[in-house]
Design a protein around this ligand. Structure first.
Ligand code: ZN
Length: 491
């Protein structure tokens, strides 16, 4: 497949042709969740954005290694160097082991990601599983003179680094303003400069997540894990690093500084950042009362929601916006997305009804070119989807007999929708899948209920009651009606 993909590089602030460091391999690293709570709307967008990148690079024929980490240590409250570990805090609250919290929320995150039809990453490394490698990286940065020890903790020396390299190049922040804007916090006296950040922190007596190191019993700084694990699995020069725009500073800025300090050169060729989500124009937050988890979104169980929205509606909604644009969730917008998604899926499944004719009045190559150009232009999915809707009108005209299509073009049209809708955008027909299961279950129930009726007629109450009780145990609710029976599933 010819590669004409242009992506916007946040580091250079321009669109660049995607040329991997080591073709046919392509490396993609994405900052994953800190697993101390249920996945929410804010998690859906980067997951779907970089699933699209993963899917499209694979579609282009690259051998993609997609690494998405699990942050299970070192991410402190307020993203600071002095807060409590988010995982340990939740563990204390729930009276569980920190790793029980990690496992519980990782499992739930995986379930949500599967519902959204995102492909699992090739490698999903945990920060806590790479303490030794992180300690080695700290040693390297110390050796190179870009870090210092202070009472058992190791801090990155931003000023020393900035003399040789450029701290702030990703976020555009200047070191002077960073110093001016940093609040004086506890432990600040340990730092030579308020802009410095922790690579290793000595654990206080009450801090339970701790490991031995040459400097102290402690734990790695939050930013360190991504520099370390991306290098371990993708090399010290790899293709794409992704994440939400909220991670650009300080997390990614610090990652660049750490990797450059350790290896003497940049590790990442293309930085990609998805924009944030808002809810009814407001930032999402627990304190604002508009915090929506993905489970709540799929069940409708949240006062902000007027109804439940299916995972594919959410996926379609996110893809309908460009990943670099802000995206506002509202019931109106979600309902419109649901209609759009259903219309696209209906047209895609109606393709099978079209019969080829010797005559042809439609241009499929032109449509395919437009779709490819849209996705190649920094993954312009809203434009791509609008072209797919142009095609929906063509499909409907073909079914109505107002247009004609020959055998060759019909094959191209089917491939176009299969490739773009299912493989690249990663949508799937969820309502049909559910109704198919329901249909099979309905047939089995008809059979079981016929046996029950027979038993009743023979006054075999034992069998009849057994069937009723067993169905109840299996979560099937049966209601006898004049016409026969009705059934539903518990919840
Ligand atoms: Zn990261």
């Amino acid at each position: 497949m010819e590669n004409n993909l242009m992506i916007y590089n946040t580091l250079t602030r321009k669109k660049e042709k995607f040329e991997p460091v080591n073709p046919p391999f392509a490396g993609l690293y994405v900052c994953g969740p800190t697993v101390y709570g249920d996945a929410h709307l804010g998690h859906a967008r980067p997951a779907i954005t970089f699933d699209l990148v993963f899917r499209y690079l694979k579609y282009l024929g690259y051998q993609v290694r997609y690494v998405r980490n699990i942050t299970d240590v070192g991410h402190l409250t307020n993203d600071s160097d002095d807060g409590e570990d988010k995982i340990a805090k939740k563990a204390k609250l729930d009276q569980l082991e920190p790793m029980e919290i990690v496992q519980f929320y990782t499992n739930r995150y995986h379930k949500n990601m599967e519902q959204l039809n995102t492909l699992p990453p090739s490698i999903e490394p945990h920060a806590s599983g790479h303490i030794i490698e992180q300690i080695e990286l700290v040693k390297k940065i110390l050796e190179n003179g870009f870090a210092y020890e202070s009472d058992g903790s190791i801090y990155f020396d931003v000023e020393a680094y900035n003399k040789k390299y450029d701290y702030g190049k990703l976020s555009g922040r200047r070191i002077e303003e960073l110093i001016a804007n940093t609040r004086q916090l506890d432990g600040q006296s340990e730092k030579h400069n308020p802009a410095d950040f922790a690579l290793w922190k000595k654990a206080s007596p009450e801090h339970i997540m701790r490991w031995p190191s040459p400097w102290s019993n402690g734990f790695p700084g939050w930013h360190l894990e991504c520099s370390c694990m991306s290098q371990k699995y993708l090399g010290d020069c790899f293709d794409i690093h992704g994440g939400g725009l909220d991670l650009q500073f300080p997390h990614h800025e610090c990652e660049i500084a750490q990797s450059t300090a350790a290896y003497g050169h940049e590790a990442v060729k293309y930085w990609m950042h998805n924009n944030m989500v808002t809810i009814n124009g407001q930032k999402m937050g627990k304190s604002l009362g508009n915090f929506i988890t993905l489970d709540q979104l799929f069940s409708g169980d949240n006062k902000v929601l007027e109804q439940a929205y299916s995972p594919m509606t959410i996926r379609f909604f996110i893809l309908q916006a460009h990943y670099r644009s802000p995206l506002d969730f509202s019931n109106e917008a979600l309902k419109a997305a649901q209609k759009g998604y259903e219309r696209l899926m209906a047209a895609t499944s109606a393709l099978d009804k079209i019969k080829a004719t010797p005559e042809n009045t439609v241009d499929i190559d032109g449509l395919a070119t437009k779709c490819r150009e849209a996705i190649n232009d920094d993954l312009n999915t809203p434009l791509l989807i609008s072209f797919l809707f142009d095609g929906v009108r063509t499909i409907n005209s073909l079914i109505a007999g107002n247009e004609k299509i020959n055998e060759e073009n019909l094959g191209k049209l089917k491939k176009l929708y299969h490739d773009f809708v299912f493989e690249i955008l990663g949508l799937k027909a969820e309502t049909e899948a559910i109704s198919q299961d329901h249909q099979v279950l309905g047939k089995i129930l008809d059979m079981v209920m016929a046996i029950r009726t027979e038993a009743k007629q023979k006054k075999d109450w034992a069998t009849s009651d057994k069937i009723r009780d067993e169905l109840k145990n299996a979560g099937v609710i049966i209601k006898d009606t004049k016409e026969g029976y009705e059934w539903s599933l518990e919840n």
